[in-house]
Design a protein around this ligand. Sequence first.
Ligand code: ATP
Length: 655
Amino acid sequence: MMEKTNSASSLIRTKSVETILKSPVSSAEAAESSGGLSRKSSRRLAAASPGRSSSGNGNKTHIRKSRSAQMKFELDDLGSGAALSRASSASLGFSFSFTGFTMPPDEIADTKPFSDDDIAAEDLEAGISKKKLQTEPTLPIYLKFTDVTYKVVLKGMTSTVEKDILNGITGSVSPGEVLALMGPSGSGKTTLLSLLGGRVRESTYGGSITYNDQSYSKSLKSRIGFVTQDDVLFPHLTVKETLTYAARLRLPRTLTKEEKDQRASDIIYELGLERCRDTMIGGSFVRGVSGGERKRVCIGNEIIVNPSLLFLDEPTSGLDSTIALRILETLHGIAEAGKTVITTIHQPSSRLFLKFDKLILLGKGSLLYFGKAAEAMVYFSSVGCSPLIAMNPAEFMLDLANGNVTDISVPSELEDRVQTENSEDEIKNGKMDPAVVHEQYLVEAYETRVAENEKRKIRSPVPIDEEIKSKVCSAKREWGASWLEQYSILFWRGLKERKHDYFSWLRITQVLATATILGLLWWQSGSDDPQKLQDQAGLLFFISVFWGFFPVFTAVFTFPQERAMLSKERAVDMYSCIFYGRLKNDRWFLFPHCGDSVSVHYSCSGTWAGYWCYTDGFEEGNHSGLCDSNDLHAGWGILCEGCPDIHIMASIPLL
Ligand SMILES: Nc1ncnc2c1ncn2[C@@H]1O[C@H](COP(=O)(O)OP(=O)(O)OP(=O)(O)O)[C@@H](O)[C@H]1O
């Protein structure tokens, strides 16, 4: 019954917000005329919400009061996105911070941490204060991007076509803010996120992307957390093992093993994964943790390194709205600790939408809106597009971006334009052609009304010291573990992950069957005459070939399965790839990047050889040497012309 009351309350609240968003001008007036409720008082009121209340009927009057106060709070603060976020965060009954939950003691008994985790809830109810997550302060990173364009070349059998994926996207996000990239499927959200996260080579896109006014450098890898759309995790490792191995590989060497393990445990607590800490992640053939828990493990894998910039590709898709809201709460907590958070989102609920500080709305790769999320509805209403019925703001914007104007009023200017042109192409079944809504109107409207102003703001330098700014690209890349430790951690992790495979019944049966067949074939073969000795030699040959190739094939077939994981972990510099040297065009042997200080000695039977840092040009005549640590952008390798056989004598990372 209490749940019913609670949901009714949230329904009323959502409706009130939707109605206000529908008529932003009146909401602003309302905001002016009413007094503001403080954050604290709102949080107190929220703490008394029925879902969290320990007593039942006795609290009813108080509950009713708290609900009306929450509604008032949202009315008052509508003009400010941050305030809205605060309001909704407070209405959940707790405020999350990356450095731990911050709750007044009087609220502890009434609240529940992030998850549906019983243990954690019990701890809190018992008043046990949990140890706060200790994280080092991180470098604040201001991310700006101007006129970003991206196109791909589609090669067909007969022709080659260029496809525009992004057309001049401009925006910015500062530490402490959550930027949402929203748009219909295929609008270019993931592509933009990959470009911003440094996952695409600079030479392949247009425009500028800067981090504290500096361009991307490899040293940023360790400051960036990137949660991909697909959950790439080892299915046979438990939640605890997954996070512990990530901590051991990625956290700086200044921390001890115990401290790293402790950080993993703290993350488990922070993300409310305690109940499933010893459950396997699971995959297609193994049942494991739930989708929401898996997503949280992926987020934990990235936030464990305390990144300055956190990118997330659809962290809430496939999750119910409550879990999605909790994930957004976590992201807010992370942003509040001074990080910059950028996330793509598909179709957020209205509560989720109000959590974002900034919003980018994309439609077919073009920018339809960039600005404060709370001001988006005001903007669209100012260009003449408003919902005709109460509508979730995100749904309204996605409809607009898709060119679906059902239940949306469009400006008379646009209607006139369509009618004057009177083109049949533009009016289909009484509806406007989506392309008209997009290209001719929304993109144009944004370009003329907002774009210049935003670009001017973005051009101003970031408000931090030059010294801090330059840290973005000057820091020398450091591994979290020495290469021996990396080897040992990867070895044990691989063994744990693959032991189910190695010791599977199929594998055991295969070996036993082979042994039985061999035994029968050479049964009583003896060694007393030369003929039989030859038989024995055949047996030895068979055994050596079988046991030589069996593990080799196992290893070869393991690599494709682990390739996604390898790329993901290499993209964040989790470990060195020194053992994964690769040959390109039969001539190139690539080593890790220059910052690694690799010393290489080699010989080559070709006409000449050299070593180079590939973005800095070729250095002819040098046959060995240390790579300059200033060449942070460059790869390091050996070129041997006309010579497929390069003999690498040693490749030693000077750690
Ligand atoms: N390498 C590529 N080759 C061809 N087309 C591409 C390539 N990369 C992206 N695209 C196209 O660019 C468009 C945008 O893709 P993107 O994955 O960024 O969309 P999205 O907004 O993230 O979609 P979703 O919400 O469905 O994940 C799509 O039409 C996609 O097919």
